[in-house]
Design a protein around this ligand. Structure first.
Ligand code: DGL
Length: 273
């Protein structure tokens, strides 16, 4: 046992979408505490350069580590994981730093029967080829097809999780990925926001495609790492603090879509960048 057992787990995202990951972590760890850090002043990361995303992530995660004694850092944002994970792991080497890409890649490689995986993500994640690299490191024979789906991020932020427009945009993006013979049998939702659209995506694809989201897979990986390092909590209750770089009001209003519950104002604090 270490002195860090009862320290919180840090969860970092560019904004609100990482709450899908936090929710999966809450389910997996009913007695852990969390600090959720959202860089709401600089979202979206998905359209920014790798250099900018890496610099933002380094700076803000540095603040989290300096001011909050966290025992592990989960990079919930796919774009930040794609561009900045090795840099963060190197810079904050005293604690485990986990990203969302490898856990999803592992789940997808185990799921695919026809060795063809599709990935939908932000522009930045697609450009980084991070999923292609992670999947190739696991199995070189798996083919990967990717598609940037920027509009899906906006749909979720608006709370448009169903309806005709949502279905048509999903169809427009997925049609080209799944239109011929030998199409992928597995789809990775490579963006924090997309698990909220999973029911409509699954409806469009039907039962023949296995849909994987990062949230549950990174929660499993976190359990594995905390067990391995004997870092699991000895507490009996959990608490979560939220830190945001822009005003808390919009965060609180949108958080409801992701968590299905309203956050108490006193749990959300503004920090400067
Ligand atoms: N969190 C980002 C991701 O998972 C989506 C939102 C953004 O572009 O910042 O890639």
């Amino acid at each position: 046992m270490s002195h860090l057992n009862d320290a919180p787990i840090g969860v970092f995202d560019s904004g609100i979408g990482g709450l899908t990951v936090l929710k999966a972590l809450w389910e997996k760890f009913p007695t852990e505490s969390f600090v959720y850090l959202a860089d709401t002043a600089r979202i979206p990361y998905g359209t920014k350069s790798p250099e900018a995303v890496t610099q933002y992530a380094q700076q803000i995660c540095g603040q989290l580590i300096r001011h909050h004694r966290i025992k592990a850092l989960i990079v919930a944002c796919n774009t930040a994981s794609a561009h900045a994970l090795p840099t963060l792991q190197q810079e904050f080497s005293t604690i485990p730093v986990l990203g969302v890409i490898m856990p999803s890649a592992m789940a997808a490689v185990s799921a695919t029967q026809n060795q063809h995986i599709a990935v939908i993500a932000t522009e930045g994640t697609v450009r980084s080829r991070a999923y292609e690299h992670a999947i190739a490191a696991l199995n070189k024979n798996v083919r990967v097809t990717t598609q940037a789906c920027s509009l899906l991020v906006s749909l979720v932020e608006e709370g448009w999780l169903e309806g005709e427009i949502t279905d048509r945009i999903i169809e427009r993006y997925l049609h080209s990925l799944f239109k011929e013979n030998n199409t992928p049998d597995t789809l990775i939702l490579g963006c924090t926001h997309f698990p909220l659209l999973k029911p409509r995506i699954e409806y469009y694809l039907g039962k023949s495609v296995f849909v994987i989201d990062s949230a549950s897979n990174v929660a499993n990986e976190t359990l594995h790492v905390l067990q391995q390092r004997e870092l699991l909590s000895t507490q009996t209750r959990k608490s979560t603090q939220f830190l945001v770089t822009d005003s808390p009001e919009r965060f609180i209003a949108t958080a409801n879509i992701f968590l299905g519950e309203t956050l108490a104002e006193n749990t959300v604090q503004h920090i400067s960048v």
